[in-house]
Write a protein that binds this ligand. Structure first.
Ligand code: HEC
Length: 240
């Protein structure tokens, strides 16, 4: 007596079942003893578990990094440079030129990288006074995420000479490894400080115009409270 399965299995490959359609003839019966087959299954299960563990570890590390960035983003920015004065006074207009020439290919002057993938580096529109590695929408190298430095004029001035010195794993690849000219570095630092300050004021004014001054003031106050509690939650989560 013929059963349906063996009948189907004997059908020779046609042009149709060759086009990626699995027929019973394609399914190979495992060979070897029952123990061999069990061993093979155990091995596969262990392999899958190991791969999952690596994935889980990577994922947890990623979440931890994002938490640190999010915490930093909630911290208040510096209002002004602390520490010694700049060695030379920068020039805003020349700073904007040097920026366009050396930095704009990788950095936008937007407020943040939210929803933007067109650029290679983090947005620098509000960089002045923020902590390094604090745009939560950008995936930084580790050294930025763990840095506690603020982007002051003085720190920018130092950084731009050789980003690798402060951040060994940096992907901020400035032509020639850095800007050797003091004047250019002072100009960019000044440009980024004043640009950040103006963008902050412009964004605030725009919001007040769109939604009303009272609403924005209330919103800002609520935001400070929300930030505080979010900050506490992330801290608690990381301490556990
Ligand atoms: C080849 C692309 C490239 C160029 C050119 C470049 N950068 Fe970067 N920059 C990056 C990347 C990518 C990062 C993120 C670093 C990381 O995660 O390793 C970065 C990081 C930074 C940061 C830190 C931002 C933060 O949120 O902490 C600053 C500041 C910065 N760059 C300034 C500059 C300036 C100023 C110039 C021009 C003189 C410049 N960069 C040129 C790619 C570039």
């Amino acid at each position: 007596m013929e059963n349906n399965n063996s009948k189907e299995a004997n059908i020779p490959p046609t042009s149709e079942n060759q086009k990626g359609k699995v027929t019973p003839a394609d399914i190979k019966t495992p060979t070897g003893s029952r123990q061999d087959i069990l061993n093979e299954f155990t091995r596969l299960a262990q392999e899958i578990e190991a791969t999952q563990q690596i994935g889980r570890k990577k994922f947890n590390e990623f979440i931890k990094k994002k938490d640190i960035q999010a915490t930093k983003a909630l911290e208040p920015s510096l209002e002004s440079d602390i520490g010694p004065e700049m060695p030379i006074d920068g020039d805003y207009v020349n700073g904007s030129r040097v920026f366009m020439r050396n930095c704009a290919s990788c950095h936008s002057l937007e407020a943040s990288n939210q929803g933007r993938n067109a650029v290679m580096g983090p947005a620098l529109g509000l960089i002045y006074g923020k902590k390094a590695g604090s745009d939560k929408y950008f995936n930084y190298s580790d050294s930025y995420v763990h840095s506690q430095k603020y982007w002051t004029e003085r720190f920018l001035f130092k950084y731009l000479q050789n980003p690798k010195a402060e951040f060994p794993d940096t992907k901020c690849l400035i032509k020639g490894g850095g800007l050797s000219e003091e004047g250019e570095r002072a100009d960019i630092a000044k440009f980024l400080r004043l640009f950040s300050k103006n963008l902050r004021i412009n964004l605030e004014n725009k919001a007040k115009k769109n939604f009303g001054k009272d609403y924005i003031q209330a919103y800002n106050q609520a935001q400070v409270k929300a930030n505080e509690s979010q900050y506490r939650n992330i801290r608690e989560r990381n301490n556990n």
